[in-house]
Design a protein. Structure first.
Length: 124
């Protein structure tokens, strides 16, 4: 008897929305950058949670985070998720990501706030 195994994986749907530069002071206006300006240089996919896999649950999580001037990720938070089972995996993955710094018109790297959607789906 042959049994087909269902392989679970996490897919990255991409940066959603636009990135917003955060001002260093209240007098500094926020500048908007397109999410297309963010370039990932190091990434890891979230692990599919074992409990979700055993329960046959698929879903998604949207993580908001700040890309610092050095390209590292800070202050990740869950903006939306259809199941708490996926939040820890999405946060753990995004914390290890590195981006090319976003450079403002003045030529200096700036922090930007953006979001990423991770979809957790099964594949046969």
């Amino acid at each position: 008897m042959k049994v087909s195994a269902k392989i679970k994986s996490a897919l990255i749907l991409g940066v959603v929305g636009s990135a917003m530069a955060t001002g260093a002071s209240a007098q500094t206006p926020e500048m908007s950058f397109s999410s297309k300006e963010l370039r990932v240089v190091e990434q890891s996919l979230p692990e599919y949670p074992r409990r979700a896999e055993l329960s046959g649950i698929e879903g998604y999580t949207v993580v908001e985070f700040t890309v610092l001037p050095d390209g590292s990720v800070a202050a990740p938070t869950i903006a939306e998720s259809n199941s708490r089972l996926f939040t820890r995996a999405a946060l753990a993955a995004i914390e290890s990501w590195k981006f090319e710094p976003v450079v403002a018109e003045a030529g200096e790297p700036v922090p930007v706030r953006t979001s990423m959607k991770f979809s957790f789906v099964g594949r046969d």
